[in-house]
Design a protein around this ligand. Sequence first.
Ligand SMILES: Cc1cc2nc3c(=O)[nH]c(=O)nc-3n(C[C@H](O)[C@H](O)[C@H](O)COP(=O)(O)OP(=O)(O)OC[C@H]3O[C@@H](n4cnc5c(N)ncnc54)[C@H](O)[C@@H]3O)c2cc1C
Ligand code: SF4
Length: 487
Amino acid sequence: MGKVTGFMEFERVEEHYEAPTKRLHHYKEFVAPLSDADAKVQGARCMDCGIPFCNSGCPVNNIIPDFNDLVFQGDWKNAMEVLHSTNNFPEFTGRICPAPCEAACTLGINKLPVGIKSIEHAIIDKAWENAWVKPQIPKTKTGKKVAVVGSGPAGLAAAQQLARAGHAVTVFEKNDRIGGLLRYGIPDFKMEKWLIDRRVEQMQAEGVEFVTGTFVGKEALGKEVKNYATKTVSAEQLMKDYDAVIISGGAEQPRDLPVPGRELSGVHFALEFLIPQNKEVAGDLKNEIRATDKHVVVIGGGDTGSDCVGTSNRHGATKVTQFELLPQPPEQENKPLVWPYWPTKLRTSSSHEEGCERDWSVATKRFEGKNGKLEKLIGVRLEWKEGKMSEVPNSEFEIKADLVLLAMGFISPAQQILGAFGVDKDARGNAKASVEGQKAYYTNVPKVFAAGDMRRGQSLVVWAIREGRQCARSVDEFLMGSSVLPR
Ligand SMILES: Cc1cc2nc3c(=O)[nH]c(=O)nc-3n(C[C@H](O)[C@H](O)[C@H](O)COP(=O)(O)OP(=O)(O)OC[C@H]3O[C@@H](n4cnc5c(N)ncnc54)[C@H](O)[C@@H]3O)c2cc1C
Ligand code: SF4
C-alpha cells in the first residue's frame, strides 16, 4: 500500500482540461495527463482496502491497487507491466473509458474516488515516452493460422494475444484504416488516431498482418460496400484458409426513428456525420454534412450523442440541443444503495460543457420542412410512471432544426456477415456465443468464434478488449489443447 494515511490527507486531483473557448477551435485532444507529482498523490490516496472492488468493477480486471502503489513509489516501469498484464491498450481506455472502476472505489463511499483512469493514462503515456513499450515477439511459432474479421478494440486485442501465443494472425478490415469505432466513430478530440497507428506498428512487429479495404462475407461488392471496400473475401474462403476465424465486426446497425419527415434532407444517423468528420481530420476528404451556422438537434443522450454535440460546436453551430427520451437522472446517486455498481446519475461530458441545451422526457413526433429540406422538429413531452411512458396532453412543441442527428444507439451487428458464416443469432440479433464454460466465445459453426459488440451488442471499448482477450484464450485452447493466455 502507498501512504497509509494518504486517503485522509489528500484530495482527488483532476486532469487539466484546456478551456472550452480554446479547444473548440481544434480537433486535438485537450486533456493533459497528471504530472508525476499529482499522479503520486492520486496513488497515495488508494487505501488498498482488502477487497479491491475497483478490480472487479473494471471489465478487464486491471490490478488497480498494485499500480496505484507502484506509481506512489515512483516505479513507473513496473506499473506499466502490471497495467499491460490485463489490458492491451491502456492508452485507449485511459482516455475514453467511463471508468466503472471509480464507481466501485471504496474511498468513493464517503469521499471522491481515487482518480484511477487518470493514473492509467499517466502510466501508459510515460511508458511510451520512455520507449518501454516494445513488441513482444513470440519465440516459437505454432504453424496455426487465425483470421480476425474487424479491427475494432475486440479484434485488435484478440489478434495481439494470439500473435504473442505464436499463431499467424491476419486481421481483415473493410475500412481503409484500422481501428473500428476507435478510428471512425470516436472523435479525435477524445482520442487522437496516431495512438492506434502506434499500436498497429507494434502488432505488425509481433507478426500480425492487416488487410484493409476488404469486406468479408460477400462474393460481389454491392453499391453500399463500394463506398469503403475495394475487395471481398468470402466466408468459405476464410474457413478454408484458416484454422480458426474470429468475427468481431461490431454492432453496426443504428436505431432509426421512422416518424413522418424522416426522409427530409438534414436528418442523418450520427455516424453519417462522425465518420466523415474523422476522415476530414485525417486529411482524406471533406465532411459534406456541416453544422456551421445551423440549429442542430441531437436525438439520444449517450456517448454518440455527446460526440455529435462536440463536433457540431467545433463546426460552429448556432445552437445545439440534445433530447433524451428518458427522464432526467438525479445529480447524485444514492451511494449506499448502488455502490459498487455503475450508478444512474446525471453525466455531463466535456462536449456538453462546450455548449448544449439538454432536455429530457422528450419524444419526436415528426420532422417538417419545405422543398425536401428539414426546417423544424415537432416534439412532445413525456411522463414516466412505473417505467412506462405516456405523452403529456397538449404538450406538443416545435423547435427550429436545420440538422438532426440520430444517436439513439445500435440495435445489432450487420446481419450479412452472420448469414455468410451461418452463425446463429441471439434474441437481439447478435452473434450467439456464451462467455462461460469450456466453449466460451464458440459460435454454432465449428472453428468460428465471436467477440466484442458483435457478440454482446453495443457496449464499451474496455468490454471489447476484455472479450478479445478472453476469446483469444478460447481460440488458443481450441488450436493447441491448452493455453497460457490469461482468462
Ligand atoms: C460515436 C461513438 C462514440 C463512442 N464513444 C465511446 C467512448 O467514449 N468510450 C467507450 O468505451 N466506448 C465508446 N463507444 C463504444 C465503442 O466504440 C464500442 O463499444 C467498441 O468500439 C466496440 O468494439 P468492437 O471491436 O466490438 O467493434 P468496432 O469498434 O465496431 O469494430 C468493428 C470493425 O469491424 C469491421 N467490420 C464489420 N463488418 C465487417 C466485414 N464484413 N468485413 C470486414 N470488416 C468488417 C468494421 O468496419 C469495424 O472496423 C462509442 C461508440 C460510438 C459509435
Ligand atoms: S480500463 Fe476503465 S474501468 Fe478499467 S481501470 Fe481503466 S478506467 Fe477503470
